[in-house]
Write a new protein. Structure first.
Length: 639
């Protein structure tokens, strides 16, 4: 597995080396890669002529990097249409874990007598699996002596304006920050996992209950959440009668379930109430509906009751609303999940699988499942070790925003999960049962939750259209280690491991689908069984998972056997899983002397069961049988 946490200097610029050079020469740093001129402002139009670049001390003589730490008041949107980024920053201000990642050496970057000022600063961002260190000078665009883009409400605090500049440099200019998804900025500043939630996909009561569970769990794990109301170009900044603003991104700062028995519930006569606390980073207009400050519902609750139940806010753009109203007005949410990977935690913990990959020509960019070239994509296998598990999957492509001036946009991307052979180790060349597909969207990243039964699976990340090339990172989270790994080769390679060096090279392959068994006899009269199969070939064995409490199991599992001695028969034993000791229930033989019979991909036949574990003398046929599909070929790259 590759290492993902090494920091890479953006454009090769190393902060400490550049700062030392400036101090030695007695000059202030001016960034040649992002100079204080028109090219750093716009890519599609001419910049206004009245913009003047000034350093912080030219704006406020008592300039400071931070004043009183980090808070949501540090982020006020300027004239740039990047509310998505501002909202993400406001979420960030809630937790020091995150901003300390973005602002390395934050104490050393402060203006004070101890630190030597050289007009140079740096910030870290997470991009497609790698932390990137971005160096900037502190020349900022102003008009009439005031900052025109993001700024702190405290005039002499400059860290947020410098952060925005570093982010703009990452994309080439300030204009490239116009319009975007808050989840992308949140991921860039935390390394978390981004999820876009469209409220119209959560309509039923059961779905809404599940959505609140997700939000509450995310909030408890200190994930970052932003919500917004869709708006057309003519509706941007328009205020609804309820006080919410269309097109604005609001931060979700708390998620609460108020249990029965508290003072509040005695007033509204309900067992519980699901509540959401939001914040408008720009202040001004505020929620005017139920549970808003000054509403009849709010006035009925004493200050002590509010404190007891956690119904507090900072009176600066924050407000409470019921989850019902939240779902009624907001149309989408961006969640940046902070995944708990700790082995020692009282909360839900996850195990991570993470790989970097590339869609590339000629044979690793096959497009989605609509195309015959679909399997010509990178392929990865993973395991689900629990009987059932809800896994979370994130696919993120390299950001195309940096190439906006060339008319380049993000690809439409998604991923497909297929059932894999029990022993799959090489690339699949046909499609087994599809478990999940999508969502395909032209977002930088897509996310999905999938409930899976125990077993081995194949996941294929792809662009929607074939032929699209680019880098991506695939991340997966499960209760147990998913063992996510790429299938690189189409067939066994000679000399790949010591075991193969001293064994005969495979010359053929036999693929067996173990569909079901029918009418089998239980080991003990009057009882059912937990049957499973053991496949035996050329001194090797492989076992299926047991089916619980049945005499007609339907495994529908497939195995692919690479053969050094393809003329040797294959034995499939039927066993009953038992607490004390497993019990033999019979065997079936796949005769290999007429291999030409196993060329059809659609032939399924019943194989009779016998006693005596394959002894050739005195074998006795038993009731029932195994339904198998067998394919045999000398072309090992075809299955």
């Amino acid at each position: 597995m590759k290492i993902f946490d090494n920091t890479v200097p953006f454009k090769g610029q190393k902060y400490h080396e550049l700062k030392r050079t400036c101090i030695k020469k007695g000059i202030l740093f001016t960034d040649p890669e992002f100079p204080p001129n028109e090219s750093s402002l716009c890519f599609s139009r001419k910049a206004p002529s009245d913009i003047v670049w000034k350093r912080p001390m030219e704006i406020a003589p008592d300039a400071k990097f931070f004043i009183g730490g980090v808070s949501s008041d540090d982020f006020s949107q300027g004239i740039l249409g990047n509310c998505w980024f501002v909202a993400a920053c406001a979420c960030l201000g809630q937790d020091s874990r995150f901003w300390k990642k973005i602002v390395p050496d934050y104490e050393e970057q402060e203006w004070n007598e101890k630190n030597k000022y050289a007009g140079i600063f740096h910030f870290k961002f997470w991009r497609c699996g790698t932390w990137i260190d971005v160096v900037i000078d502190d020349c900022l665009p102003t008009r009439n002596g005031c900052l025109i883009y993001m700024h702190s409400k405290t005039r002499n605090e400059f860290w947020s304006a410098l952060l925005e500049k570093a982010y703009a440099k990452l994309f080439g200019d300030y204009e490239s920050l116009t319009a975007g998804n808050a989840k992308d900025a949140l991921v860039d500043m935390t390394g978390g996992v981004g999820e876009r939630v469209s409220m119209d996909e959560w309509k039923t009561e059961e779905q809404r209950t599940d959505l609140f569970r997700i939000l509450k769990h995310s909030s408890e794990n200190r994930s970052l959440i932003s919500a917004s109301i869709a708006a057309t170009a003519n509706e941007l900044e328009s205020v609804l009668p309820c006080g919410l603003v269309k097109g604005h991104a609001y931060s979700v700062t708390a998620v609460r379930t108020i249990k029965s028995g508290s003072g509040l519930l005695s007033l509204i006569n309900k067992e519980s109430l699901n509540m959401i606390r939001c914040r408008n980073p720009w202040g001004g207009t505020e929620w005017k509906g139920s549970w808003s400050d000054g509403s009849p519902e709010w006035k009925k609750v004493s200050e002590s009751q509010k404190k007891e139940m956690g119904l507090t806010f900072d009176d600066n753009g924050e407000f409470w609303m019921s989850f019902e109203d939240f779902c009624k007005y907001f149309t989408s949410m961006d969640i940046c999940h902070t995944i708990n990977l700790s082995f020692f935690s009282l909360k839900k913990t996850w195990r991570e699988g993470k790989v970097k990959g590339t869609w590339k020509q000629p044979d690793r960019c096959g497009g989605c499942g609509n195309h015959t070239s679909f399997l010509n994509n990178p392929q990865y296998i993973f395991d689900v070790e629990d009987d059932e598990d809800e896994i979370m999957v994130s696919l993120e492509q390299s950001d195309k925003r940096v190439d906006k001036d060339k008319g380049v946009d993000n690809y439409s991307i998604g991923f497909t999960i297929l059932k894999a052979d029990l022993n799959r180790e090489y690339r699949m060349h046909d499609r087994l049962r599809r478990i999940s597909s999508g969502p395909f969207a032209n977002y930088r990243s897509v996310f999905n939750r999938v409930k899976l039964q125990k077993g081995r699976y194949l996941i294929i990340p792809s662009t929607f259209d074939p032929g699209s090339v680019g880098d991506f990172i695939l991340r997966m989270y499960a209760s147990s280690n998913p063992n996510l790994s790429e299938l690189v080769y189409d067939e066994p390679q000679s000399g790949m491991c010591c075991a193969q060096i001293y064994s005969r090279k495979p010359v053929a392959v036999t693929q067996i689908t173990i569909a079901k068994a029918e009418d089998i006899q239980p080991p003990e009269r009057g009882k059912s069984s937990n049957p499973y199969c053991i496949i035996k070939w050329e001194g090797k064995t492989l076992r299926t998972l047991p089916e619980k409490d049945t005499l007609n199991p339907g495994w529908n599992e497939r195995v692919t056997l690479y053969r050094s001695n393809p003329n040797k028969d294959i034995i499939i034993e039927l066993w009953n899983q038992n607490i004390i000791t497993d019990q033999f229930m019979g065997f079936a033989t796949i005769p290999m002397e007429k291999k030409q019979e196993y060329t059809s991909r659609i032939t399924m036949r019943k194989y009779n069961l016998f006693e005596n574990k394959g002894e050739k003398e005195g074998v006795v046929q038993k009731p029932g049988g195994l339904w198998l599909k067998v394919i045999h070929t000398d072309d090992m790259s075809s299955v």
